[in-house]
Design a protein around this ligand. Structure first.
Ligand code: HEM
Ligand code: HEM
Ligand SMILES: [Fe+2]
Length: 474
């Protein structure tokens, strides 16, 4: 990403974060493909990159690229919102390199060392073995330092410059987001206790703090790309924030059904997690409403203000509204009641929801922010779609939706055969997995994964060629 048109150092730092995020996104997809091939051909890369390693790399790269892109998004919008350069930007830049170097080392250790003895040295130097946040403890401490620096930058800038509603929400949210990471850093011998705290990170990230972040970013996007009125947008933002925290925090109960926690979590989890789709509906309506409202509106000079100044970014933002609602709201609601979850727990259905939710709620809007970075770095006033940007969004979206459908079918087979008919025995597990519907679904998932990856290649091509593209007005 060329930085020649950026005058703000904060925005420059944002483009570094976006670039590293895009590279990790590619790594995520590659290891996802390896794992998907192994479902179809179990011997693939046997003892070189086993399924467990491919899976670790796939889902940790996912989380880390999203965190990078989220930090980047904050550094991108801070100067616009506060009206000043980010305070402590030099330290921010240094921390970026520390963060990036730590991640590279962690990935190399996953690839080259892979496993260690069953004692503390493995937790400290190889992996903590907690799904999604598997980084070894030395890296945890590095991440805490980087997060503290980032939150410090955000607070000092917010306090010195103009403090909009968006910045205020982000300040509160980023403290909670970073603080929750601590809950995944200590080790207990009791697996129930361990899982209990681990969900504080995973669930309270994706269903509370990250969703609030998305609300703030969507608000920023509506103001910058559509010229929506700040008063309306920020009013919605506050409503969404209160609804998200209201349902998302106790909604955590839907992960406490079967891990050895007290049974009152059934009622709490059922009630509050069932309410979780509501804020997602609100976010969905909010984006479409603001979009609709600006159609045909004219400013004092008679100029149409509904002209969207960044088409590719806006496309991804609208997809976010749909994807968040579908992936998290609908696919999440499907299995959130304990009566249903008893059958679906830990099946491919969970994976279907995981893919569509992470993609719909986060990948989409973060790719949108990357497009804002591309627009700014190249000094483009009105950014149009290109052939590559259209191929990218079409292939990535249809690929992920295709994977989701395949996984949903596979999950249905597991629910029916392994759980309902055969009663969740060891034999039932294998019967469910060897049936025709299941194996064909796994073939389709692999194919749709390849489609997703092809879309990613178009996305990178578009990022890299935008500056040279004559289609764009400067
Ligand atoms: C963007 C927001 C969301 C993301 C990224 C997300 C992602 C995920 C992921 C990755 C898992 C699998 C966790 C594991 O490995 O065990 C999961 C599980 C689950 N999610 Fe979500 N989710 C989101 C929102 C929701 C919502 C709103 C609901 C309910 C309305 C929901 C209901 C569930 C349930 C019940 C499970 C447990 C599945 C099982 O028992 O196997 N999720 N989610
Ligand atoms: C090239 C495309 C992709 C392929 C082939 C792929 C494949 C896979 C495979 C094989 C697994 C392991 C499932 C298991 O343990 O049974 C997995 C897990 C996962 N993937 Fe992907 N994936 C791809 C893209 C994505 C994308 C775009 C996202 C989200 C933005 C994503 C999010 C996840 C999540 C959250 C899990 C953990 C699910 C769970 O444990 O329930 N993947 N993926
Ligand atoms: Fe959850």
């Amino acid at each position: 990403m060329a930085n020649n048109h950026l005058t703000s150092e904060s925005k420059q730092l944002a483009t570094w974060y976006f670039t590293f995020a895009a590279i990790l996104f590619g790594a995520q997809l590659l290891f996802g493909l390896v794992a998907a091939i192994q479902y179809v051909m179990p011997g693939f890369l046997f003892e070189i990159i086993d399924f467990s390693i491919a899976r670790i790399l796939h889902i940790n790269a996912l989380v880390v690229w999203m965190v990078f892109a989220m930090f980047g998004s904050v550094y991108w919008l801070l100067p616009d919102e506060t009206g000043i350069e980010t305070v402590g930007i030099k330290i921010g830049k240094l921390l970026f390199w520390i963060f990036a170097a730590a991640i590279v080392v962690v990935v190399l250790v996953y690839l080259l060392v892979q496993v260690g003895p069953a004692d503390e040295t493995t937790i400290w130097f190889i992996t903590e073995g907690r799904e999604y946040i598997e980084a070894p403890r030395w890296a945890d401490f590095g991440i805490v330092v980087v997060a503290l620096g980032f939150v410090g930058n955000l607070f000092l800038t917010g306090m010195k410059g103009k403090q909009t509603g968006i910045v205020t929400v982000l300040m509160a949210d980023m403290i909670a987001f970073s603080g929750l990471y601590l809950a995944g850093m200590f080790f207990t011998d009791n697996i129930s206790v361990d899982q209990y705290w681990w969900w504080w990170v995973i669930h309270l990230w994706v269903e509370a703090t990250w969703e609030v972040f998305v609300g703030a970013i969507a608000a920023y996007g509506l103001i910058t790309m559509l010229g929506a009125h700040r008063k309306t947008v920020e009013m919605w933002l506050w409503i969404e924030v209160s609804m998200l925290f209201g349902s998302g925090i106790l909604g955590m109960g839907h992960h406490y059904f079967w891990i050895g926690t007290p049974e009152y979590w059934w009622e709490i989890g059922a009630l509050f997690s069932a309410l979780e789709p509501l804020p997602l509906v609100a976010m969905f309506i909010h984006v479409l409403y603001d979009w609709g409202k600006t159609q045909g509106e004219q400013n004092a000079q008679g100029k149409d203000v509904s002209v969207i100044n960044n088409k590719p970014a806006f496309t991804w933002f609208v997809l976010n509204a749909f994807g968040n609602f579908l992936g998290a709201g609908i696919w999440g609601f499907f299995h959130t009641l304990p009566q249903v979850n008893l059958y679906t727990h830990g099946t491919q259905f969970t994976s279907a929801h995981g893919h569509l939710a992470f993609f719909g709620a986060y990948a989409t809007i973060l790719i949108g922010m990357m497009y804002m970075g591309i627009q700014g770095s190249n000094g483009i006033k009105v950014m149009k779609n290109t052939k590559a940007s259209i191929w990218a969004v079409s292939l990535i979206t249809s690929g992920v939706v295709g994977m989701t459908v395949s996984l949903t079918i596979a999950g249905y087979v597991q629910v029916l055969v392994s759980r309902a008919q055969m009663g969740a025995t060891w034999a039932a597990y294998f019967d469910g997995q060897s049936g025709m519907w299941f194996t064909q679904a796994m073939d389709w998932r692999l194919f749709m994964g390849a489609v997703t990856f092809a879309g990613f290649l178009f996305l990178i091509k578009d990022f890299l060629s935008t500056g040279k593209d004559a289609q764009h007005e400067h």
